[in-house]
Design a protein around this ligand. Structure first.
Ligand SMILES: Nc1ncnc2c1ncn2[C@@H]1O[C@H](COP(=O)(O)OP(=O)(O)OP(=O)(O)O)[C@@H](O)[C@H]1O
Ligand SMILES: Cc1ncsc1CCO
Ligand SMILES: [Mg+2]
Length: 245
């Protein structure tokens, strides 16, 4: 069967679509990087909301176009809220993404991540250590980020080679990428194409930011500037997307 693979042209088209649609992205985000993640979602052209209040989660997920579930600062109440949010997203047929932060530190968190994966997110994204434990995710798009981002949906595999080493020195670039991927999921049903475009966009913005930042601190700020200013044309030219065939 002939496979369709995401291209730089497709990434540019999807960036344009996100900016036109201005999707609502609800985030159950860890408490460490809420602001940075919300800023990343805003500058890509989407609208973030971040509440984890049990009595409001149903309304927020119902009004959102997509949900981001991040396990970074898990506690008993947050687990319940996550389960409720996932149920609402699934019942409404809305896409959601799981970031199993630090599942490599705690067996109970890894077990919780597995129960969530059984409820079929559109995407699971983690760093190398996290995805080594999560393992294969079958036909659910699995993404291991790092110097190169590796994406596979069980049939097709893609590598995004954009980015800068300072991304690894700013806490929350991975969490932020989850929010940006979520925004792209609302404009493209092929999760592989959506996530490839999102990671190329953040990677190209990081390369541009590194040209005028002086280190990780100023890079974090510059990255929001360049992600905000990123044009579809600049993304098309600078995206480095490879695939397996
Ligand atoms: N050495 C590197 N060179 C280029 N890009 C990188 C490098 N390391 C990480 N990145 C990029 O940084 C982002 C975060 O990836 P990483 O794997 O570090 O996530 P993470 O560990 O989950 O981050 P966090 O938990 O702080 O949010 C991704 O977009 C990835 O492409
Ligand atoms: C450092 C840290 N601890 C919990 S969440 C988080 C941020 C992203 O991983
Ligand atoms: Mg992480």
């Amino acid at each position: 069967m002939t496979q369709t693979y995401p291209t730089a042209e497709k990434a540019a088209e999807l960036l344009e679509r996100v900016r036109v649609r201005r999707p609502r992205v609800h985030c159950l985000m860890n408490t460490v990087v809420q602001k940075f993640t919300a800023d990343g979602i805003t500058v890509i052209g989407a609208i973030p909301s971040m509440t984890s209040s049990p009595d409001e989660i149903a309304d927020f997920v119902s009004k959102a176009d997509v949900l981001t579930v991040n396990l970074g600062t898990l506690d008993a109440e947050r687990r319940n809220v996550i389960e409720r949010a996932v149920e609402i997203a699934n019942d409404a047929g809305k896409p959601w993404i799981l970031d199993p932060v630090h599942c490599d530190y705690s067996p109970s968190r890894l077990a919780f991540a597995r129960t969530l994966i059984a409820r079929r997110p559109s995407v699971v994204r983690g760093n190398k250590a996290e995805m080594a434990l999560i393992g294969k995710t079958g036909d659910i798009l699995g993404i291991e980020t790092g110097a190169a981002d590796q994406l596979t949906d069980g049939t097709r595999s893609v590598t995004v080679r954009n980015g800068h080493r300072w991304m690894a020195e700013v806490t929350g670039t991975g969490c932020l990428s989850g929010g940006v991927i979520a925004a792209f999921l609302t404009v493209e049903p092929d999760a592989l194409a959506a996530a490839t475009a999102a990671l190329a966009a953040t990677g190209v913005a990081a390369e541009q930011a590194a040209e005028f930042a002086r280190g990780p601190g100023s890079f974090g700020v510059a990255f929001l500037d360049t992600l905000s200013a990123l044009t579809p044309e600049a993304l098309r030219k600078a995206a480095r997307i490879d695939h397996d065939h």
